[in-house]
Design a binder for this molecule. Structure first.
Ligand code: HEC
Ligand code: HEC
Length: 498
């Protein structure tokens, strides 16, 4: 891979200089003006906007029927890059095995792990779901854990200091290699809560309660804070990474100066790649700055595979877990002593950047267009920002300078008590979540019938996901409850077309 040029942008934020980790070419004033024009929100809803049918610009893929709709590579890739994609795919799908093993290239699993492959959680390259039977092992979601701490040492303003649980680390793993106890079994129970909607309709929300049971290494710290996370979908991630940081920050309004009740705060997180704070974009609380770092973290914490970015072969095992720190590892001199080397990590990240976003379906149907209008006029677009234009990137043609329609601002919002996990992460409080992109959401349950929505998969339908909105989004939720049923149905039809 060619050396990356780093462009340092002078920004009016109280963090050290923010760098674009990608090889970004600057925009001309003329281009900036065009970008402003094409990303302005829609005003007319009689027909689709130009290019609206291709949410990922030229990299949009046809919307396949069946379970493979999220598994196609970005459109227009040259054959050499497509080959890299296929090798990355093999690594994403590979089932890792415990060391020692005769299959040198695939060993190093654990000692503790949540799953044996990326695909086991990102089902069909889409999202995961809560356990289908109570207390099942090896599910496509997990609990993060941390305890309050005195102060942060990374210098990022607004950082809420936390520390790993002394016995369990930052994440609970529900599986262990032979001889190593699993850390826990995740228990989730639900209580159905009825919500009355206009026109006599009633919806039912399931309110979850989480517990870590059958703890393998003694009790959790008395102040342990738990955060449930379900695996999010993998499509379009390279495009989200390629949105210029200043275009995301342009939507931030931390003190709600425009008085619309919606703040939007940027997450800044230390980057293991650039050594500086970067804008957080990935994870449900925007806790990770790049696809590559998030992938390396997943290898380490979710599967137990070390890499140059997360070099410890014991993954998330703590010093208190001696049996785990001392277990055999799959570090290989041919792989720089790691269980996956830099080249392998690059291929996984390349794959993760290049899962294509499917084309819209039926976007010119009258009901869908009406739903789009409701989505805009209700104020969903205050957070679910429809459009961005990606940066010009020297070495990433698939992501370079595309008009994209993710429907998410990647900023943190207070979503109220109902969704709160009460576990801060970085600058995000225990009530804040990142507005996730909505592209492809209408195909989620086609890709994986069990797919469920929101950070912990508590919402079984798109309507339930909306009804869980609170905090800054309470007015929009209330508007959806109060609006005539045909408008509510149209709103859902619009989401289904994304
Ligand atoms: C045990 C389940 C699990 C496994 C295995 C797993 N992931 Fe994930 N993945 C998640 C969860 C949960 C999140 C959200 C994390 C957060 O909120 O911080 C996530 C987030 C991500 C994201 C960010 C997506 C976004 O939109 O924010 C990427 C990229 C990713 N995973 C890549 C991978 C790769 C690559 C692998 C394999 C090396 C992998 N994951 C394995 C559960 C998993
Ligand atoms: C204040 C910002 C805000 C507003 C306004 C808002 N949302 Fe959201 N939305 C979010 C956040 C943040 C999440 C993720 C919450 C979570 O996972 O707990 C989310 C999640 C969703 C999801 C589920 C996404 C997924 O991947 O699971 C849907 C669907 C959705 N919103 C639709 C809407 C609609 C429709 C409206 C307007 C009626 C709306 N939202 C208004 C911030 C907002």
């Amino acid at each position: 891979m060619p050396d990356r040029k780093i462009l340092v942008l002078p920004l009016l934020v109280a963090v050290p200089a923010l760098a674009e980790p990608l090889a970004v070419l600057p925009r001309s004033a003329e281009e900036a003006a065009r970008v402003a024009e094409v990303t302005a929100p829609a005003t007319g809803f009689g027909r689709p906007e130009p290019y609206e049918g291709n949410p990922a610009g030229a990299s949009t893929v046809p919307a396949l029927a069946g379970g493979k709709a999220f598994s196609k590579p970005s459109a227009g890739m040259d054959p050499v890059r497509e080959l890299d994609f296929m090798v990355g795919k093999a690594l994403f799908e590979k089932l890792w095995v415990a060391s020692p093993s005769s299959t040198k290239a695939s060993d190093g699993l654990g000692p503790l792990f949540n799953a044996r492959s990326c695909l086991q959680c990102h089902i069909g390259d889409g999202r995961g779901h809560p356990p289908s039977e109570p207390g099942a092992h090896g599910v496509s979601m997990f609990l993060r854990v941390s305890i309050p701490a005195e102060q942060a040492s990374n210098g990022i303003e607004g950082w809420i200091a936390t520390a790993p649980d002394p016995a369990y680390g930052f994440q609970l793993q529900d599986q262990g290699n032979r001889g190593i106890p699993a850390e826990y079994r995740m228990q989730v129970t639900y209580e159905e809560v009825p919500v009355a909607l206009s026109g006599g309709e009633t919806a039912s929300l399931r309110r979850p309660a989480y517990a870590a049971e059958e703890l393998g290494f003694g009790p959790l710290h008395p102040d342990a804070m738990l955060s449930p996370r379900v695996a999010p979908p993998m499509i379009g991630l390279g495009l989200l990474e390629a949105i210029p940081a200043e275009d995301i920050l342009a939507h931030a309004d931390p003190d709600d100066l425009d008085g619309d009740g919606i703040s939007g705060r940027a997450s800044f997180v230390p980057s293991r790649e650039t050594g500086r704070p970067e804008l957080g974009r990935f994870g449900w609380k925007a806790g990770s700055p790049s696809v590559r770092q998030q992938s390396a973290e997943a290898l380490s914490n979710d599967i137990g595979i070390s890499s140059p970015l997360f070099p410890h072969h014991w993954g998330d095992c703590t010093e208190a877990q001696e049996i785990c720190r001392g277990a055999p590892d799959g570090g290989d001199p041919g792989q720089g002593g790691h269980e996956i080397d830099a080249g392998g990590l690059d291929l996984v990240a390349f794959y993760a950047r290049n899962l294509g976003v499917p084309a819209r379906r039926g976007l010119d149907a009258p009901e869908t267009l009406r739903g789009k209008q409701v989505f805009h006029e209700t104020g969903c677009i205050s957070c679910h920002v429809p459009k961005f234009v990606t940066a010009r990137l020297e070495d990433q043609p698939e992501q370079s300078f595309q008009l994209i329609w993710p429907y998410g601002d990647l900023l943190l919002h207070d979503m109220g008590e109902g969704l709160a996990d009460h576990r801060p992460e970085g600058r995000a409080t225990g009530r804040e979540w990142k507005t996730p992109p909505l592209w492809g959401i209408g195909l989620a349950q086609q890709v994986s019938p069990d797919a469920a929505f929101l950070h912990d998969g508590r919402a079984r339908s798109l309507l339930e996901a909306i009804l869980w909105h609170g905090g800054e989004a309470a007015p929009q939720r209330d508007a959806v409850i109060a609006m005539p049923k045909p408008d509510r149905d149209a709103l859902i039809a619009f989401l289904e077309s994304l």
